[in-house]
Structure formats: C-alpha cells, structure tokens
Design a protein around this ligand. Structure first.
Ligand code: SF4
Length: 401
C-alpha cells in the first residue's frame, strides 16, 4: 500500500482534522485548570525539593505531561465541545493514564473495544467522530474509518509522525526497517503499518541476536520462530537483512536505542566495508525530546541520596516503565504505581507493579525515621496525580514516626 498517497488524500478530506478546534493558548489554559497543581509548582520553585517533618521529597527535574500528550488531551476535550451531540469514539486510550481516560469516559467518549488485540469497529457508524490517540493508529484503521464516512480527529504526536516518515523512507529505498520497540504497543503497531518490510526488536539482546544472524552466526528456523510475531508478512532473514534502517518507538530507553543503532552500524560495516555502508545501513534516532529529558532527569535523580523512589504512570506506559528500569538498574527500592489510590493510608501499604510482574501489595511501606523519597512520573501523568501521591506520603509520614 502507498501509505504516503493515502495520507495525502486523507489530509485533504474535509472530514479529517489534525489541528483541533481552539487556539493553542486557550487549550493550554483549559488544561492548566484541569490538571496542574499549585503544590507541584511550589516544589518546582523550591529547587524540586519538599521538606515536611521527617519526609524529604525530591522531584525529578523533568517529569509528567509532555507537549504531545497535553495537545492530544486538549484536542479530545475540544472535540467533545465541538460535537456536543455526535457519537465520539477513541481508537484506543488517548494516553496511558487511567484518570485522563476516565475523565473522557465521563464526557461520553467511547473507547473502541478490542479482544486479543483485534479491535471491533462494528458499532462505529457513518458521521461518527473518531479520535486517534497521541501514539497514532494503524494506516488500516485510518482507511477503514475514512471509508466509513467518519470524522477523524487525529491527535497523533508529531514526533510519532516523524517515525512514520522514517520507515516510509526506508520503504521507498527498499531498506528493511528494524524497529526498536514493543511489538504489541499501539505506537509500534502503527509504525509497522507504515513500514514496508520490518522487524521489531525489543532490546539490545534481541538486536545482538539479529546482528549475529547477519554475520552468518544464526539458525534460520530458530530465527523465524523467535521473531514469528515481530516481522512483516513474507519476511526472509537471508534476503531482508542485507539493507537495514533503524527506527524506534519514541518512548524506548534512549541509551539502548543508541546502542542498537551503533551495533547495527558496526555489523553492516564489518560485513560490507565502509565504502558500501550507505548502501546497507540507514540510522535515525527517533526518541522524542520529552522522553529524553525525562530519562536524563531520572539519571540525575538516582544519583541523589534516596531511600526509595516512586514512579507514577500507567502500567502499560512504555516511557514510565523505562523510568522504573533506571531506578532498578541503580538498585534503589522503587515502586511503580498508576494512581494515588495505590497507597493505603490506613495500613501504610502500597500496591505496585514490579517490572514484568503482577501487582504486589507491601505493608509497612513508609519506614520510620527520616526518609528521602524520589518521585518522577511518565509523560501521560498530570501534575495533579503527582500532587495526590505526595499528599498521601505527607499524611503517612505524620501517622508513623
Ligand atoms: S512522549 Fe514524546 S512522542 Fe509521546 S506524546 Fe509525548 S512528546 Fe509525543
């Protein structure tokens, strides 16, 4: 499919909108009222530090709502105001944050249901309004909605669109896109729908496996089995790994993305030599600024003397999970929670999600004595949520000593 031609025709349709309905200034003011927090503003003004009795809270210097998320949420609210009576749908969670998604449900914005990763568009009718979330939608979904006569409000973050351009460029020049991402994540699903031939690698270990295969140290059947759900139809590792370009999900760990890019560059350099490199390798770092800033701020935060870290964000939020990984890599006691309600004030407990595991409840969460807690949040988490977490910690620190 010529995805660029499809996008061009979609963008010219009068049933397609990617600019929203209000001015950016009014949009920012409306969001400020809904989600910002005066407590967080005062902590920021105090060098990202709060001291409250025996509790010391240190905030990361960059955390929470990013520009792309703010824009997507505001556009979704504007859409409800602009279409007060129409059916409004979202193809997925607008962002990975439960409180924001609940707010939209309360505004009677409906989420397209999905089973085993297959979405059911059967209730979406002609003239309905469909919002595409910040991490985008697949080209097939866009096509279906367009053909059904829906109004499409596209809040896809421009950083994500940039990745789509990158894989389209690979496709145009017959390079295979190696996408550093999570194969089932909506953004990676969307990106791979715009790519031609592609292979998704989760981490450096998978990239190393692919690199070994390229230099002749692999087993074809084992390769096909291992990546069965991660490549484009008809993918042939012997044919399709001769010309490769790297792209990534915007919210992956930046240092890992860079290492993967370097690994493939060296692999192709070794195999084809410097004179031929540009014929076999295209690099492009598509980590977004907001992700990079939040990860850098987390690396600074973990250098502080901390007793524990609380990482706030949706459990399916990729950028939040990577912040948690940074905490774990430094051996700091850390808790990933999605809402303030995960902290129990009555029994001093926390219900959190250890990396790759199910929810776990721990009692006696806040120890006695002086305690220093680092806090950060993912790009989908409003400041109000961070404030509520801090207020719960303040309350707990007064109950216990
Ligand atoms: S994290 Fe980056 S790519 Fe994702 S919405 Fe925010 S700015 Fe856009």
């Amino acid at each position: 499919m010529d995805t660029q031609a499809f996008k061009r025709s979609l963008h010219h349709s009068d049933r397609y909108n990617r600019r929203g309905f209000g001015s950016p200034t009014k949009r920012a003011q409306a969001l400020e009222k809904a989600y910002q927090s005066s407590l967080i503003t005062s902590i920021r003004d105090n060098g990202y530090l709060l001291e409250h009795g025996r509790l010391r809270v240190k905030l990361a210097q960059a955390f929470g709502f990013c520009w792309g998320v703010e824009r997507a949420v505001a556009m979704a609210y504007e859409t409800r105001r602009h279409y007060p009576n129409e059916n409004i749908w979202i193809t997925n969670e607008i962002i990975h944050n439960p409180s924001v998604n609940d707010h939209l449900r309360n505004m009677n914005v409906r989420f397209i249901s999905a089973e085993n990763g297959i979405k059911d568009f059967s209730d979406v009718g002609e003239g309905d309004v469909v919002i595409l979330p910040a991490f985008g939608a697949t080209v097939q979904e866009m096509q279906l909605l367009h053909e059904r006569g829906c109004h499409i409000i596209d809040t896809t973050c421009p950083w994500v669109s940039k990745v789509w351009h990158t894989v389209e460029k690979h496709k145009k020049h017959t390079f295979t896109s190696i996408i550093h991402g999570k194969v089932k994540h909506e953004e990676t699903l969307a990106t791979s729908s715009f790519a031609g031939t592609y292979l998704v690698v989760l981490d450096l270990e998978e990239a190393q496996y692919v690199s070994n295969y390229i230099i002749g140290k692999g087993n074809r059947n084992e390769f096909l089995k291992r990546f069965a759900k991660a490549f484009s139809p008809g993918f042939d590792p012997d044919r399709d790994l001769q010309r490769i370009g790297v792209a990534n999900q915007t919210t992956m760990l930046k240092s890992e993305t860079e290492e993967i890019g370097r690994l493939f560059e060296i692999t192709m350099l070794e195999k084809y030599g410097p004179a031929e490199l540009s014929e076999h390798f295209l690099a492009f770092n598509t980590i977004c600024d907001a992700t990079e800033e939040r990860q850098d701020a987390m690396f600074s935060l973990v250098d502080e003397p901390l007793d524990m870290l609380v990482v706030i964000g949706g459990f399916n939020s990729s950028n939040t999970t990577h912040l948690q990984e940074i905490a774990i890599s430094r051996g700091i006691r850390s808790f990933h929670i999605d809402t303030p309600e995960r902290i129990g004030e009555v029994d001093n407990s926390i219900t959190h999600k250890p990396l790759g595991e199910d929810l776990l409840t721990e009692k006696n969460f806040l120890p006695n004595g002086k305690i220093s807690v680092g806090i950060t949040s993912g790009a989908s988490t409003p400041d109000r949520v961070v404030e509520h977490v801090i207020r719960k910690l303040m309350g707990l620190s007064q109950q216990t000593d």
